[in-house]
Design a protein around this ligand. Structure first.
Ligand code: HEC
Length: 173
């Protein structure tokens, strides 16, 4: 999927979110159907704030997520236990854009430059050294995404949650 389409899709999904309000009541609960498409499609087809990890606490998915974290080289920037390397730690309480499932899924899929274009802003600062690269969309128009399936992004996030070292009252996932 091309970046332009994704950004258009994001605008569309915010518009959908607004129209949804008038249709509230009849909509099915989509929380259990958060897998089955590409990560990029998942981002564009889900209104802002509604992405929810179906694998939180799922032991098998967490083990797979840990494998993906290493095979996709997240550890190269964030360290082997997500405690930060040359890039921000993911295991502490400070989250640059927010700590909820929706924000982390979009950040990993789109990367921080595209996330900013989609209207997300830095809330915290963690000694930023550069942008987080996109994993669910190609780096440019000619390259394929590094992560295809939405479920792989969710599994990585499920593993990241197990590395969290902050206070329990901050947990919003
Ligand atoms: C090239 C280095 C690099 C790689 C590889 C990388 N990241 Fe990042 N990541 C960053 C940077 C830099 C930031 C901070 C972005 C910002 O402030 O806009 C970040 C931010 C994040 C955050 C938010 C952290 C916070 O404290 O709010 C998460 C979650 C994250 N990355 C997950 C991942 C995952 C999962 C992978 C592998 C699929 C990955 N990153 C691969 C550089 C990287």
């Amino acid at each position: 999927m091309k970046l332009k389409q994704i950004l258009m899709g994001l605008t569309l999904s915010s518009a959908l979110l607004l129209t949804n309000i008038s249709f509230a009541g009849g909509e099915p609960d989509t929380s259990s159907s958060m897998i089955g498409m590409t990560a990029a499609e998942r981002v564009t087809s889900t209104p802002k704030g509604e992405l929810k990890n179906p694998f939180t606490g799922d032991e098998a998915a967490i083990a797979e997520g840990k494998g993906l974290y290493f095979s996709k080289s997240c550890n190269g920037c964030h360290g082997g236990s997500a405690g930060g390397g040359m890039c921000p730690p993911i295991s502490n309480e400070v989250f640059v854009y927010g700590s909820d499932d929706d924000t982390l899924f979009r950040l990993i899929t789109l990367g921080s430059d595209n996330l900013a274009k989609a209207g997300y802003f830095r809330k915290g600062m963690e000694g930023v050294v550069g942008p987080m690269p996109p994993f669910g969309v190609g780096m440019d128009e000619d390259s394929d995404p590094l992560i295809d399936k939405d479920e792989d992004v969710w599994k990585i996030i499920a593993w990241l949650r197990t590395q969290y070292k902050g206070r329990a009252e901050r947990i919003n996932w």
